[in-house]
Design a protein around this ligand. Structure first.
Ligand code: HEC
Length: 105
């Protein structure tokens, strides 16, 4: 059997790279890890580092996740001095919600 010309492996690498960048769940996870994880528990397990910050996996109980991306785009602040204000782009807001949906309990 002949081996594939090098151009094919190049295409495969490009495709794998873009698929990963566009996976909203992975992107949402990276965003909350970067911006929210120092206070909120963002995984399916574990305690929040900030005692008053609710775990993201229980947000579905108190927050309408359908509306949540709009809140993120407008700018979210917990109404609490400990929580800074964050604003997300439309795509990032949808990615965060996609991730939140995956971890809800
Ligand atoms: C510096 C710590 C800190 C960071 C960083 C932080 N939060 Fe918070 N967050 C809190 C605290 C503390 C509360 C509880 C506020 C209260 O009870 O008034 C809270 C509350 C919330 C609430 C309200 C939850 C509810 O059930 O009503 C949401 C939604 C929220 N945070 C989302 C986020 C998101 C999304 C991020 C990242 C973009 C984030 N937070 C980053 C500390 C933080």
């Amino acid at each position: 059997m002949k081996s594939l010309p090098p151009i094919f492996s190049f295409v495969v690498v490009l495709f794998a790279g873009s698929a990963q960048a566009q996976d909203p769940v992975a992107r949402g996870q990276a965003l909350v890890a970067q911006f929210c994880g120092r206070c909120h528990a963002i995984g399916v397990k574990g305690k929040s580092r900030h005692a008053d910050a609710p775990a993201f996996r229980t947000f579905g109980r108190s927050i309408d996740l359908d509306e949540f991306p709009r809140t993120l785009e407008r700018g979210i602040s917990g109404g609490h001095p400990d929580m800074p204000e964050f604003k997300f782009s439309h795509d990032d807001a949808l990615a965060v919600r996609a991730y939140l949906r995956v971890i809800q309990q």
